[in-house]
Design a protein around this ligand. Sequence first.
Ligand code: S3P
Length: 442
Amino acid sequence: MKIVSKISADLSGRVTVPGDKSISHRALMFSAISDGTCEILGLGTGRDNIGTQNAVAQLGIDVERQGERVVVHGKGLDGMTGAGGVIDCGNSGTTIRLLTGLLCGQSFSTTLTGDASLVKRPMARVTKPLSRMGALISGSQDQGNTYPPLVVHPAALTGIEYQMPIASAQVKSALILAALYAKGTTTIVESGPARNHTELMLASIGAPILVQGNVITVTPSGWDRRLKAARIEVPGDPSSAAFIVCAAVLCNAERVTISDVCVNPTRTGFVDILGAMGILVEKECQRMVNGDLVADLTVSRNAAALHRPTEISGEVVIRAIDEIPILALVAATLPGTTVFRDAHELRVKESDRIASTCTLLSSLGVKTDSGPDWFSVEGQPSRQFLSASVDSFGDHRIAMTAAVAGLRSDGEVIVNNADNVETSFPTFVSCMNELGAQIEAG
Ligand code: S3P
């Protein structure tokens, strides 16, 4: 599929985005090992979440999907059965890494693989600490790392103490899931504020998990090994909302609101970074849904606002890890050079996002510079992006960043190989057009 996006003005209105991708993966997996019938409302509709749904079904769990309402018939901690074939995790790092943790304490073997991008993504970050717990996992080896396909064999697990070398929600979640099946306590010390949906959701359904600052403890001894069947409402995905927020900023929209977005602080680094750039995103009607903070996000035109470049580094990068490409596009319209530091994790996402973001920006006429864990973007407040025909680099977030650039271009931006928008935000084009953007997909 190709997306063509044209210069657009006067964006305004209120939209919703699909359910949060991270919460949806967890809702499906945790429901599968819960005790009984679980209801999930507003489940993410992207390919990644459908992949997790299929994986759970392959593991012997009945899942009924009625649009965004899903019923999962959980069979308890030990109720899953062998997949009877390879599980294809598609493009989804979260699916493969969390399933590796969930499956390494089962009584059957499972083979997990994925698409051309996923088989190049490093898995030692989960297989190494899981092996220390006793897990038996084999994978394809290259230059000291492990890559899919992964074969996860049955094993008896033991709790460990683990100081995380990288801040990763996928890694800590894999360890937490394995810890539920282990003998003894597992203690995980986090190195930064990675998203905490696993901890919140598991605690709310009765898992023996305790979080104190950056230390997570899972203590299965004395636990009845039951997770309560729950009704989970999935709020809108902030990572999808970020594209709309940034499109509104770039088009100087009068007023754009995205309703019911997850604003858990581990996910709203992009709002804080925009704030540092002088761009206000209001969080209205804040409320708690299933232990997670939800709000409506609004961006309004503010002619008096002083936009400024900034240096982005440290913990906020972790809390905005999926939003850096679209923030880099905003940076290209600020009066000066913005630097993104401590961004080494971007190198191992769906694409090498330092390289793909810089290549995309160069095609749009923006000067960039980069190093192993940083990149910089030269801004210009009067900038119109150059018309261009660009590639998505097999990465949904790069495809959507390019499409948003077209809205402030001197003509149009053509995004080739853009069907991967379906990975996380299948309603991206309709959502944008509802607000007045001119985007065509075909
Ligand atoms: C995710 C965690 C992040 C993020 C990914 C989703 C999750 O990855 O980039 O899109 O759902 O746990 P890391 O844990 O590798 O940082």
